[in-house]
Design a protein around this ligand. Structure first.
Ligand code: IPM
Ligand code: MG
Length: 377
């Protein structure tokens, strides 16, 4: 458990902080990228006179191996008492045939901590613009969007769900379902996020086909009445998938459900060209409402490169920056972490996955990338 004591100088003056963080390294490259975050956290402590004290817990495949459960009760209990959780990644081929899947641990922690609001910023950093899978024309106007994905409902959790035999055939089924409260609360998060950005929300659904989409659109429209200073448009999900590759610069905040958000946020990542750079936050309300926040890189466990010091730790480190800003109330420290990552990139140092964009000097391993970032704080 992290205890954070001391005072930090902010624009509002000095105030004391006393926050607790849990580390969930998980599987694959999760432990190595999480270790770099700890180095950066230590550098933040030093710079701002804070004192962090971390506790590591099990999740995912590592937890299955140790306890048989992807989210052990002990992990959940520690997380419930924490202010913030930093997760590496879960999953890997080792558990593909296991009766319990590592991913179930991630879904369970989201549900148990009521982390319904998933914020996934995707922006093309000027230093890495050459990595975008798109034509330079598409990204030259600047790509800077925030996918606000509902995270605890939809077809991911809807009941009934299962597999059975019907008339001698195997069938499998899931239920896509949202109630109006679930739609309203995530819409509020999107509109309030838009207020501190460019003020535009594009809500994505499939209301031309699905009942769920029609309720989604109606409730988003109703919620928008409380945010007249923001602009709301609607888009069908298939069109959105296309618009993301044709003209991603048109998007500010994309508001969508769990399944569409899963897909579109990976697509948004591909637009930036660097999945290894993208952070995320999962919250139980607008940041100002408090509650425990879970922070994790958008990338997965990358088992093919795990343990080889090849992973890009920046997505995890940038997730730590989001944690400092949104949950720990330390915006200066968050800025410092983001600036440190940019400083490493500006020096022309690149991890293997980002090497195509102006790499000067030898390719950075995960450890060295963490060391350089911590040193730049
Ligand atoms: C994500 C991942 C997860 C999801 C998996 C690992 C369960 O793809 O966070 O986007 O589908 O939500
Ligand atoms: Mg996903």
């Amino acid at each position: 458990m992290l205890r954070c004591t001391g005072a930090v100088q902010t624009t509002n003056g000095a105030y004391p902080v006393n926050k607790r963080i849990v580390l969930l390294p998980g599987d694959g490259i999760g432990p190595e990228v999480t270790a770099q975050c700890v180095k950066v956290l230590r550098a933040v402590e030093k710079k701002y006179g804070l004192s962090f004290d971390t506790e590591e817990c099990l999740i995912g495949g590592a937890a299955i191996d140790a306890t048989g459960e992807p989210l052990p009760e002990a992990t959940l209990a520690v997380c419930r008492k924490a202010d913030a959780v930093l997760l590496g990644a879960v999953g890997g081929p080792k558990w593909d045939k296991s009766p319990r899947r590592p991913e179930a641990g991630l879904l369970a922690i989201r549900k148990e901590l009521n982390l319904f609001a998933n914020l996934r910023p995707a922006l093309v950093l000027p230093e890495l613009a050459a990595l975008s899978a798109l034509h330079p024309r598409a990204v030259e106007q600047g790509v800077d969007m925030l996918v606000v994905r509902e995270l605890t409902g939809d077809v991911y959790f809807g009941q009934p769900a299962g597999e059975e035999r019907r008339e001698g055939r195997r069938v499998a089924f899931n239920t896509m379902i949202y109630n109006e409260d679930e739609v309203r609360r995530i819409a509020r998060v999107a509109f309030s996020a838009a207020r501190s950005r460019r003020g535009r929300v594009c809500s994505v659904d499939k209301s031309n086909v699905l009942h769920v989409g029609r309720l989604w659109r109606t409730v988003v429209d109703e919620t928008h009445r409380d945010y007249p200073d923001t602009e709301l448009t609607h888009m069908y999900v298939d069109n959105c998938a296309m618009q993301l590759v044709i003209n991603p610069a048109q998007f500010d905040v994309i508001l969508t459900g769990n399944l569409f958000g899963d897909i579109l946020s990976d697509e948004a990542a591909a637009v930036t060209g660097s999945l290894g750079m993208l952070p995320s936050a999962s919250l139980s309300g607008a940041p100002e409402d408090g509650g425990v926040g879970l922070y994790e890189p958008v990338h997965g466990s990358a088992p093919d490169i795990a343990g080889q010091d090849k992973a890009n730790p920046f997505a995890a480190v940038l997730s730590l920056a989001m944690m400092l800003r949104l949950t720990l109330g330390l915006p200066e420290a968050a800025d410092a972490v983001e600036k440190a990552v940019r400083a490493v990139l500006r020096d022309g140092r690149r991890t293997a996955d980002t090497a195509a964009a102006g790499c000067k000097g030898p390719i950075l391993g995960c450890n060295e990338a963490g060391d350089l970032t911590a040193a730049s704080i």
